[in-house]
Design a protein around this ligand. Structure first.
Ligand code: NAD
Length: 429
């Protein structure tokens, strides 16, 4: 292998603590350096394979024509069909979609499932749109990128502001064009139309599994561990519930509306019932509240940031008391905070491992759709557990081998797998 070549623009202009995506590529560079990645492969892996920009015109309910911009980026498909969510959000940019597609590439490689990485989005504000308008945007966007979609080429999933309803429209649009039903073109579908049992809980379940492995490594158990969870949505609420069922004490939870704290432990089932009825934690009568930012620094053994990106920064990292951080969200920790946490000896389970349960069960969904044979929930959960326990072990081994933090170890495992595939396939030119 030739000399390591890390070609980068001036760090000052390239790095921004507030930009989780640039922080992600910073970690890729670190892994590439330790892998001694050759210059050519480095260049290939730093560039997306395909970037598509489409106009998405629809007639709104008012009769007015509106044109939205849509993106789909296939970052790397050397290991299999592209896999990655579609988001509907005003903040979607091509740069962000590119970075998220790269993220998916490393995540799929880390858990060793045969997918590449992709991401897509439409720049729109779904909160101001009717169901009929959302359906039109979804179907028109789908037909605009239909050449790249398909079970063998690109398989979308839900992401910010998209859900199983949107996946059902994509599946129907694609199938109408193909003139036959193709369930495997998307994952995260309703179970009635080929979705997988266990998919809804998969990411939170994954958080529970890797946290249990990390606690074991530190000589502790979930039983009796004190856990704080930021974000009480799909990932955070399921992680809290499953950890509580294993005997953990959930000392704090938060959502956008409130942060609740009880050092003796919150009743997660009761919180779930409250949120089902009131749609938010605010107003919950059986626990005290704390300021939002204090959730990250409460006294606990495990902190699960499961809300949004960039919440643990160099400013608050040094006040964190948790021994373990399980990154349920994507990109919750800045690169500068990584350094602080490492110096403090906090055991970080990085996002591409901690929240990989979701894409792993998406893979199971794709396998079941293609096979036309569906597994019971127990089988899904057992197979998910096997993949995450194995991946956790591989990251631990890599961290020990290179004497690096878990995050860099995860990137080394992932980047090495994608690079190995490129080497075996060779350069078609
Ligand atoms: P969600 O919309 O279901 O839940 C998000 C929760 O976070 C909500 O309770 C919201 O109120 C809360 N929240 C938002 N900002 C907050 C803040 N500043 N402080 C406290 N709470 C806040 O979303 P989700 O599907 O649970 O996803 C959460 C994170 O996990 C995202 O980063 C997402 O990309 C990542 N993720 C999700 C999956 C999945 O399968 N759902 C898979 C991988 C990664």
């Amino acid at each position: 292998m030739s000399e390591p070549a890390i070609i980068r623009p001036d760090k000052q202009t390239f790095l921004a603590e507030e930009n989780p995506f640039e922080a992600m590529m910073e970690r890729f560079d670190h892994a590439a350096k330790l892998l001694n990645l050759d210059r050519g492969l480095y260049k290939v892996l730093r560039n997306p394979e395909k970037q598509i920009i489409v106009s998405v015109p629809i007639v709104r309910d008012s009769g007015e024509v509106e044109v939205y911009t849509g993106y789909r980026v296939l970052y790397n498909t050397s290991r299999g069909p592209a896999k990655g969510g579609i988001r509907f959000d005003l903040n979607v940019t091509l740069e962000e979609v590119k970075a998220l597609a790269a993220w998916m590439t490393w995540k799929c490689a880390l858990v060793n499932i045969p997918f590449g990485g992709a991401k897509g989005g439409v720049v729109c504000d779904p909160t101001t749109m009717s169901m009929a308008e959302l359906e039109k945007v979804t179907r028109r966007y789908t037909s605009s990128i239909i050449e790249i979609l398909g079970p063998d080429s690109d398989v979308p999933a839900p992401d910010v502001n998209t859900n199983e309803r949107v996946m059902a429209w994509i599946m129907d649009t694609y199938s109408m064009h193909k003139r036959h039903t193709v369930t495997a073109v998307v994952t995260g579908k309703p179970v009635e139309m080929g979705g997988s049992l266990g998919r809804r809980e998969a990411t939170g379940r994954g958080c529970m599994i890797v946290t249990r492995e990390a606690l074991t490594k530190l000589g502790m158990t979930l039983k009796g561990a004190r856990v704080a969870v930021q974000g009480f949505g799909n990932v955070g609420s399921v992680a809290a519930d499953l950890m509580a069922k294993e005997g953990a004490i959930i000392v704090a939870v938060s959502d956008k509306s409130a942060a609740l704290h009880n050092p003796q432990g919150l009743d997660v089932q009761d919180l779930l019932t409250w949120v089902k009825e009131h749609r938010q934690l605010s107003g919950y009568p059986k626990a005290g509240t704390i300021p939002h930012d204090q959730l990250l620094t409460v006294d606990c053994d495990v902190l699960v940031p499961a809300a949004t990106e960039n919440v643990i920064t160099s400013k608050n990292a040094r006040h964190i008391k948790a021994k373990i951080i399980c990154e349920g969200a994507n990109g919750p920790t800045s690169a500068a905070a990584d350094k602080v946490l490492e110096d403090k000896g906090v055991f970080v389970i990085p996002d591409i491992l901690a929240n990989a349960g979701g894409v792993t069960v998406s893979y199971f969904e794709w396998v079941q759709d293609r096979g036309g044979y569906f597994w019971d929930e127990d089988t899904v959960n057992r197979r998910l557990e096997a993949i995450l326990v194995r991946s956790f072990g591989e990251v631990m081994a890599m961290a020990a081998k290179h004497k690096v933090a878990n995050r860099i170890a995860s990137y080394i495992v992932a980047v090495d797998r994608v690079a190995a595939m490129h080497r075996l396939r060779g350069m078609y030119a």
